[in-house]
Design a protein around this ligand. Structure first.
Ligand SMILES: Cc1ncc(COP(=O)(O)O)c(C=O)c1O
Length: 445
């Protein structure tokens, strides 16, 4: 039996953690989890309003998903990607059946960064061009090209890594880069800016435009009306591959199988990970349209991974998709967002001066926290750390004390529970947020 002291001791002595100064962190040992909750060794329970890293879409320890993994472990744990395998093939078929249009093939990876890495590789080889356009407000993963494509500050200490990425501004009406006064204007001006960027970079040098369909960690930015269709049209005009990064927004998070479904837009490549199997095993991939797959019909694709299409991971994806369908989880995510989460957050906004904006869909919501609603001054500066980040740290601590695990980023808290969250659990979370927001309010001018 493990205990808090042993887990903490081994972790501090031997585990090297992501994105951290190793001496400044104190990771909480987790003893177990079920549904929308996880708990520590003292028995303290947390309502998981972060779905870990916005990936446990089916909830923790779903019994049927656990059983499917156990069953596959007894049949075949691993087989090289050179072979055909029943669960790999079935997972690819199910995923392509859900994907729009002619996206009929899947290249499996271990996660989201590798998916974007390989999507960009495909786009470059397909077009014979080298540049990739990506937005400033984005995260695409921590491997070489994916971190270069990333627009947020996690890129800075990694530079220079890859070449050929150009950043542009996506739409964000609340803090418009285009001085737009409404969503329609924001959409039109953001499209004009993208088109101008392409013209000045040289369309014949640009392989791909890479966008998060709904921007995740960098703000839950839901594209305004017409934007995605406009990006599709611009890509078509210049022969540019459109890559939709659905690593966070896909598989139920936006109340759709893929977020692009909400706007009826067909990308050339979709990257996925996280929600495909809720991270019960590492899995991601690229869904490939027929013309791009055809590029590699006679010509070898110069990329691969030992664990591409791992049978255990693929079996968990098959089971997860079946459970999603049978339990109506995508529909539940849509309706709980529209009927419960959205209205509850708008109610909080009415009572708390620190809430500048509420935005989102499905189980993918953000509260943008400000010091002043009129000026929209953020509660903490962009990329704040140390003393500058104190107000957000105090808000997060208030949530955790009360048994809610929040997802905070810069001056926002995201409300991103599992897609299976119940109305009662949402109500419990909202009452904790209500109390914790009084801490944020105390910093308002
Ligand atoms: C939109 C998006 N793309 C890519 C990634 C990278 O995925 P991974 O951490 O599995 O490499 C993430 C992870 O948070 C993400 O949110």
């Amino acid at each position: 039996m493990s205990d808090d002291t042993t887990v903490r001791g081994d972790d501090r002595a031997h585990v090297f953690h992501s994105w951290s100064a190793q001496g400044l962190i104190d990771p909480l040992p987790i003893a177990g989890a079920a549904g929308s909750y996880f708990w520590d060794y003292s028995g303290k329970r947390y309502l998981d309003f972060a779905s870990q890293l916005v990936n446990v879409n089916i909830g923790h320890q779903h019994p049927r998903l656990v059983a499917a993994i156990q069953e596959q472990a007894g049949i075949l744990c691993t087989v090289a990607p050179t072979f055909a395998n029943d669960k790999r093939g079935e997972a690819a078929r199910l995923i392509t059946e859900l994907a729009p249009g002619d996206l009929n093939r899947v290249f499996f990876t271990n996660g989201g960064a590798e998916a974007n890495e390989n999507a960009i590789r495909m786009a470059r080889l397909h077009t014979g061009r080298h540049k990739v356009l990506a937005t400033y407000r984005s995260y695409h993963g921590a491997t070489a090209t994916a971190i270069t494509a990333t627009g947020d500050p996690r890129r800075w200490p990694n530079e220079p890594v890859a070449v050929g990425v150009v950043h542009f501004w996506g739409p964000y009406a609340y803090r418009s880069a285009f001085h737009a006064t409404d969503e329609e204007q924001e959409s039109q001006r953001a499209l004009r800016h993208l088109r101008d960027t392409i013209v000045f970079e040289g369309p014949a040098t640009i392989a791909a435009v890479l966008i998060e369909t709904v921007v995740g960690t960098n703000g839950i930015l839901v594209p305004p009306p017409g934007y995605l269709a406009g990006v599709r049209a611009i890509c078509d005009e210049f022969g540019i591959v459109l890559i939709a990064d659905e690593v966070m927004s896909g598989f139920g998070r936006c109340g759709e199988w893929f977020a692009v479904d909400r706007w009826g837009v067909r990308p050339d490549l979709i990257t996925f990970a996280k929600g495909v199997n809720s991270g019960y095993l590492p899995l991601g991939g690229v869904i490939i349209s027929d013309p791009i797959a055809d590029t590699f019909r006679e010509r070898p694709f110069p990329g691969g991974l030992t664990y591409s299409g791992h049978p255990l991971a693929c079996a968990s994806a098959v089971a997860s998709i079946q459970i999603f369908k049978e339990e109506g989880i995508v529909e539940h995510a849509r309706t709980i967002g529209e009927d419960v989460i959205g209205p509850a957050l708008r109610d909080l906004a009415e009572r708390h001066p620190s809430v500048g904006e509420v935005r989102g869909l499905g189980v993918f919501w953000a509260l943008e926290l400000v010091r002043d609603r009129e000026t929209r001054e953020p509660l903490v500066p962009y990329n704040a750390s140390g003393a500058d980040a104190a107000p957000m740290n105090a808000f997060a601590a208030a949530c955790k004390e009360r048994g809610l695990w929040p997802f905070t980023h810069f001056n926002r808290t995201h409300v991103v529970p599992p897609c299976t969250v119940s109305a009662e659990e949402v109500a419990e979370g909202m009452s904790i947020l209500d109390e914790a927001l009084t801490v944020a309010d105390s910093y308002c001018r």
